[in-house]
Design a protein around this ligand. Structure first.
Ligand SMILES: *Cc1c(COP(=O)(O)O)cnc(C)c1O
Length: 970
């Protein structure tokens, strides 16, 4: 093998390391270990069929070729996606900075203060711009945010509406088609009815509980919804508003006219188009609904010495705790993109954002005038950035379109022949000139010379924003690049990421996100692509997506794939909706129960409920396996109502259950389908696969197994792969009449025949979900090749078993497979420690920070334990360092146990020890400073200085303070 293959760089241990590790584990060869771990009957006989691996260098050239097939036209399509300028200081120091993009979701607040502050900036900017008191720290996209808003308002119905089963939500017809489609798909299994019409004729009858409107609306018109809102409230109905965040710099924000929920996209705040995603949706609402808000909320708290700090608040409402009673299934969201949008508002501040919005508006006004002079009429009296234009009799849409294309201009074409134009931050005088010339040539007229853009405004006084926003010093201090660069650096110094040390999060697979995989994302040919351009302009993307779809089908052993779901949980929901449609198509639509093992991830039951199913929990036995007796009983008892089993494989306990085939057969014999949660695919790729095992559908967390970085909690990509019989039911998209565009199929093209009468689903705003990050996965597969991917899986299992061998005699491993080995992760026993010393797994997690490590997964899936997944990317040196640290912590626990250290004052319960405590003149602990902060020699060489002491978890929940201004009320 060449040295410059990704395989050699991606996998930690080399040949001689492997030998040492096998010895420690007590097996003769890696083959022997793999044979012991994975049951023989599910082992693949043939390697995956994939192209020969490319070197990193060759891959760079390949991506340049693909990029060249993407043609970037001046695009004025709008519809929820707008070109924007990512400030270079943000692109270089955040988007391309592994500290930001490889960090984990900030569950461990003490080593996450940087990204928590960045997300707090985002929430504050959203609150300020919308005029609402509370915002979360991102949702998947505008359309799913709309669906979440409907679900939340449904859950918040007053008692009389609940009693009458008021289930209608009124939706203005001038809402983006993709938003409507996603809401419709979600409403269906919830028993919610969407009544679509003109908002001016909404009737708030007793069966109505809410309405959804868009501001400015889908035509670009800015309507005054004050009267409507008053009317809705008089009828006890709530009002949700999809709002263009940038327009709110100039328009009266919905919060000031009493809206209940405001949501939308923050893409145009400096996040590239990426062919539709990823970008962060925002969701803002009233303070009183805080316990019903979907997604994560960052709040203030204090550390144990009273220092103000940030943390993720109200986590007890999330699916991890509430499972089937959770308000939403959101886990991975869009943290990195929210961080970028937040920094965009920090960098520009109020004046900057206003001037960007004013320039866009003035350009639109100028365009309006110029088009009028050319004989074009447009409909919107008040608008921000979008015109809907009627063509004069003598100009055909077709002609205009061909002129536009000849000038490399994309416009929006309405079904009735009207034309839409949306102006954005990048539209300069030169672009405007070309744009006007298109209309002039089409009308056979000459356009007048372009004047410099003025301060023109057509927003009526009553709809103009009068209030200030972004008043906090954070938004007023970093407007030079030097200041901004240092602010970003100041934050990133507070966070542990993969750039520091192994992040051994079980189930979350924090592996290498190779720079060679990430580099193409910075190419404008990928970043600058609007999702609704004609296909011939996006050939680079489409070719990549087509090929990647095929690779993923082969890796999973399935026949079709949809890239729409933007997270694993969204994939679960999508897969279950596919199952629902399939069952309906064969006359089994009454099946409404989903079996889920007790050990399942919280998103499983939450997604099942979202897809309209009732959850039946089945037990696990003492070895952590599905209790076959209980499964059989529950399957039998619910035989006629059973729709599916959701199962994670290898299990969340890290074990390859030997009865998996039997389980699949049992479920099929009941007429139900098997959904495989693919979060643990890192233990399967190349060795076995869900299709071969006997499942019908699975999702893949591309942000776990397939190298998309975690981003501090997103972006994610959760494509689903399905068996042939489910292919016809994969999601569709309203912008593509031909459903096949949203799917990749290698079956015959006629698979959709005969299902036209069934509702097809749309689960994301963008046709291919988070298309912009797919090059990462594509790169991983192209550079690793079949042998490399399989080697990665084998090594992931090797690394886990090595750690298990090193830690089994102290902590102990909770579950092992039939032959005594673990899979790709393991659960460390910590419950006895708690019993004997009072020290909890949480104390150990915090103590790890003093050693420079991020905690493993805490108390999932077994309470009182730590789950460790090293992944294949960690070297033997790093594994050994981690073992040394874990054994040192074991020693510290021993000291408490045998009385050498105090039960009330020891390094564990006081951890982490922040820098300010370590250097204080006063030191009152019963142990020395050195033991606190330099417990081993290796820590000295790579000390991560912590910024805050242990964070108070209850304080921040008692009083939720979700904006920067909140610190004064702490
Ligand atoms: C991560 C994970 C999920 C959820 O995936 P997201 O992308 O965070 O929505 C579901 N199941 C398991 C087992 C997981 O580890």
């Amino acid at each position: 093998m060449e040295t410059n293959t990704l395989c050699n760089r991606h996998i930690g241990p080399d040949e001689s390391d492997v030998k040492k590790m096998l010895e420690k584990i007590g097996v003769h060869s890696l083959d022997e270990l793999i044979n012991q771990v994975i049951p023989a009957d599910i082992r693949l006989k043939e390697p995956i069929e994939l192209p020969e691996p490319l070197t990193e260098y060759a891959y760079g050239k390949h991506m340049a070729e693909l990029a060249a097939k993407n043609k970037l036209y001046a695009t004025y399509i709008g519809m929820g996606w707008y070109n924007t300028i990512t400030p270079a200081v943000i692109q270089r120091n955040v988007f391309e900075n592994p500290v930001w993009y490889t960090s984990y979701t900030p569950y461990q607040a003490e080593i996450s203060q940087g990204r928590l502050e960045a997300l707090m900036n985002f929430q504050t900017a959203v609150c300020d711009l919308t005029g609402m008191p509370l915002a979360n720290s991102s949702l998947l996209d505008e359309a799913t945010a709309a669906a979440e808003a409907v679900t939340m308002m449904h859950g918040l119905r007053p008692r009389d509406q609940q009693k009458n089963n008021a289930n209608v939500v009124l939706v203005d017809e001038k809402i983006f088609p993709q938003t409507l489609a996603v809401m419709q798909t979600r409403a269906l299994p919830q028993g919610i009815e969407l009544r679509v019409g003109q908002y001016t004729s909404f009737e708030f009858t007793p069966d109505v509980f809410a309405c959804v409107i868009q501001y400015p609306n889908a035509d670009g018109s800015v309507e005054d919804y004050r009267e409507l809102t008053a009317q809705a409230h008089a009828a006890n109905c709530k009002v949700a508003v999809a709002a263009d965040i940038l327009s709110l710099a100039l328009l009266t924000p919905p919060g000031e006219w009493d809206a209940d929920v405001v949501f939308g996209s923050t893409q145009r705040l400096g996040v590239p188009l990426f062919y539709g995603g990823p970008s962060a949706a925002y969701f803002a609402t009233r303070d009183e609904y805080k316990r019903n808000v979907p997604g994560r909320i960052i709040g203030w708290s204090k550390d144990k010495y009273g220092k103000p700090c940030f943390r993720m608040a109200l986590q007890t409402r999330e699916q991890h705790i509430k499972r089937e009673k959770a308000t939403s299934n959101i886990c991975t969201a869009q943290a990195l993109l929210a961080t970028m949008a937040g920094f965009y508002t920090v960098y520009h501040g109020e004046e900057g954002i206003k001037s960007i919005a004013r320039k866009i508006h003035a350009t639109t006004v100028f365009l309006d005038k110029a088009l009028q002079a050319l004989g074009y009429n447009q409909f919107n009296k008040a608008y921000f950035d979008t015109l809907r234009i009627a063509l004069p009799q003598e100009v055909s849409t077709q002609h205009l379109q061909s002129v536009a294309l000849s000038k490399e201009v994309n416009l929006r074409y309405f079904d009735n022949g009207d034309v839409g134009v949306s102006i954005d931050e990048t539209t300069d005088v030169c672009a405007l000139k070309t744009l006007i010339s298109v209309f002039a040539i089409a009308a056979n007229r000459t356009s007048e010379s372009i004047q410099p853009v003025s301060e023109a405004c057509v927003i009526p006084d009553t709809l103009q924003r009068k209030s200030s926003f972004l008043m906090h010093p954070v938004f007023r201090s970093y407007h030079t690049e030097t200041e901004m660069m240092r602010y970003i650096k100041r934050l990133d110094r507070k966070d542990i990421s993969l750039a520091h040390s192994m992040i051994s999060l079980g189930s979350c697979t924090m592996k290498l996100n190779a720079a060679s995989e990430m580099l193409p994302l910075s190419r404008p040919e990928f970043g600058g692509m609007h999702p609704l351009v004609p296909a011939d302009q996006a050939q680079g993307y489409l070719e990549m997506i087509q090929n990647l779809g095929q690779y993923l089908q082969r890796i999973t052993g399935f026949a079709g794939v949809s890239f729409q779901p933007n997270s694993g949980a969204a994939g679960e929901y999508t897969g279950l909706m596919v199952i629902r449609s399939f069952l309906t198509s064969i006359g089994q639509g009454h099946r409404d129960k989903v079996l889920i093992p007790a050990s399942a991830h919280g998103t499983n039951p939450a997604s099942a409920v979202q897809a309209g199913f009732n959850v039946v929990i089945c037990a696990c036995d003492e070895q952590g396996n599905v209790d076959m007796g209980d499964l059989r009983n529950k399957a039998e008892a619910n035989r006629n109502e059973l729709a599916a089993l959701m199962i994670t494989y290898p299990s969340t306990h890290g074990i390859f259950e030997t009865s998996i085939r039997e389980i699949c057969e049992l479920i099929h014999s009941c007429g139900a389908q098997v959904y495989m949660d693919g979060a643990n695919m890192n233990a399967q790729v190349g060795l076995t696969n869900p299709g071969f095992i006997g499942a019908d559908v699975c999702h893949l967390n591309l942000h776990k197994t397939f190298c998309i970085p975690h981003g501090g909690g997103g972006p994610g990509a959760g494509p689903i792969c399905v068996a042939a019989h489910l292919v016809p039911f994969l999601p569709s998209h309203p912008h593509f009449a031909d459903n096949s565009t949203a799917n990749v199929l290698h079956e015959a093209d006629d698979v959709h025949a005969g299902v036209n009468d069934l509702p097809l689903h749309t689960v994301a705003a963008s046709p291919y979900g988070s298309a912009g990050i797919l090059p990462v996965t594509y790169g991983y597969i192209r550079m690793m090749g079949a042998a490399g991917l399989t080697a990665a899986t084998r090594d992931a299992i090797l690394n886990a078993n090595y750690l298990a061998a090193c830690l089994r005699d102290t902590y102990g491993i909770v579950y092992r497979g039939a032959t005594g080995f673990v899979g790709h992760e393991m659960i460390l026993e910590c419950r006895n420690i708690h019993q004997e010393t009072g020290i909890t797994e949480n104390d150990m997690a915090k103590r790890l920070m003093d050693y420079g490590y991020h905690a493993p997964t805490l108390s999932f899936p077994v309470h009182g334990t730590l789950m460790i997944e090293p992944t294949e990317s960690e070297s033997l040196a790093e594994l050994d360092n981690f073992v040394e640290v874990m054994l040192s912590i074991w020693q510290e626990i021993e000291e408490v146990k045998n009385g050498t250290a105090s039960k009330e004052d020891n390094v564990l319960i006081n951890a982490p020890h922040p820098e300010y405590e370590a250097v204080a003149d006063n030191w009152e602990h019963s142990y020395v400073r050195q033991k606190a902060v330099y417990p081993t020699e290796s820590v000295r060489n790579n000390k991560f200085w912590i910024n805050v002491a242990r964070v108070d978890n209850t304080l921040g929940d008692r009083k939720l303070l979700p904006t920067l201004y909140g610190v004064s009320q702490l």
